[in-house]
Design a protein around this ligand. Sequence first.
Ligand code: ADP
Ligand code: MG
Length: 577
Amino acid sequence: MEKNDSKVTAPKFPEQVTGMYILAESLKRLGISDVFGLVGIPITEAAYAMQKIGMNFYGFRFEQQAGMAAATYGYLTKKPGVLLTVSSLGFMNGLTATANATVNCYPMIQISGASDPTMVDMNMGTYEQLDQLNTARPLVKAAFRCSYAKDIPSAVARAYRAAVSGRPGGVYIDMTTPALGEVMDAKDAEALFYSPVDIYSETIPNQESVDRAVGLLLNARRPAILLGKGAAYAQADDKIKELIETYGIPYLPMSMAKGLMPDNGELSALSCRSTIMQQADVVMVIGARINWMLSFGKGKWNKEGKFIQLEVDPQEIDRNVPVAAPVVGDLGQSLSLILQGMKGGKMNADPEWVKSLQAESKEKNAKFTARLAEAANLQPMTHWSALSAIKPVLEKNPDVVLVNEGANTLDDTRDSIDMSLPRHRIDCATWSIMGMGMGSCVGAAVATGKSVVAIEGDSAFGFSGMDFATICRYKLPVTVVIFNNGGIYNGVGVNPSGGDAPAPTTLDINARYNLIGEAFGADNYRVDNTADLAKALEAAIASGRPTLIDVQLAPSSGKESGHIGYLNPTPLINYTV
Ligand code: ADP
Ligand code: MG
């Protein structure tokens, strides 16, 4: 008889347990209380087992969004977010999010049901056959396969360690059908569980590297600190604040590091990005990669300038430009040693430097405020009018976690909304992807218990919109605001053939997204002016209920590719009008 024909024998609880139970129990004993996923053969009973032992299972409509939830949860808690998927397509859908987590340095573990590997290896054409382990391998930090139930506790513990240690990232566990269904005596299973020692151990940088960095920073004439989402992730908030405030160093946050120090603080150089790049002579990069988002450290950057880089992964150093003072170690540890080294030292900075940045900020911020105010009464609304209404509401509620994706919606929201608390902004991050929205809302709400507001382009929302239903089913305090300008970038694209078919960028300017809210029992609003938008958002945050706000913008609001049009490979060929 072939293995997949075998009769299933139910285990005799409680004397006997299955691999599914061992999986649930292994996670729970490592302190994991929340799992995100989408069930089906062969993992349905694993999710039941999790609930049975008191864990929370969040069931999604699309695995990719469950994965985005797990990744966001990992980023916010420093514990791996766990994603549970079925085999084949479910695995693949989830893997997209796991790969994105690896790229963004978010700790997560994807556990996927998998066909019997002995049948996959013989290419027998078994149910949902796919060599998942090898498919996942290049996209994750580590990958394990459990062919036997006895291997599950160790695979889970090692996956946890791999996900959070060093540079965090995605880890994959191939949870085969035979292992999941294996029946064991409960006593034998109990003997398998163990508590891993020091599952997250911070690495300490060497003193010489610290001294070098301190020397450089103290002697800088025009110093700056650049904060990345690695700094937010590390939760070394007090040390960052101490370094910046004690030594009066201006700071520039990357998008998800906004709020680590207040965006509107005295030393914030948020509005002076180009000046920092062109004029700073020493830039201390804390938990950020000098990648495409920072022009690879070239071009605009001061050619005489020097980088200090606080980073956990030694391979990140010198990736695009030589780093004068790398400090390789966990940020918390590195910052403690740097603060110690700085004690008694005196900054040699030019006092005019901070003053000139402050003057520049003041001027630019005033211009920006005027721009928003001017847009407030435009009809139909633009992105800027909508943001002029949203800005004061969100800034009055600083503890709301902001999720943000889109093109113009992303750029303009990031530029408009000042953040004042760490880890309160989640966006499309390093890959600059679309399709992280609803999943990230769930992950953020579950991880923090706080209110979440997502500001979504209409295109961006489309990638994950069905999982608004998940927000509603679990009654999470999430408000989704959709900026509908009727298209990718905008809604004025024209089919260059002259035919009636929609342009590639065209979506639905007349769509009534609010009815999606109605369909799933959420509060919902459709607004076309700033006063109604502000009122709706205030009510939504106050209610703590799932809410959908459909904001009607002008189809002409927004430009192709937002702020990154320069990345279009053929900007001179422009078919759009
Ligand atoms: P941003 O997109 O905000 O610039 P990146 O994701 O590019 O941020 O960079 C974050 C960096 O932070 C990564 O290189 C990662 O290795 C590093 N990092 C993450 N966690 C820690 C930590 N605990 N200590 C030190 N560095 C860290
Ligand atoms: Mg970066």
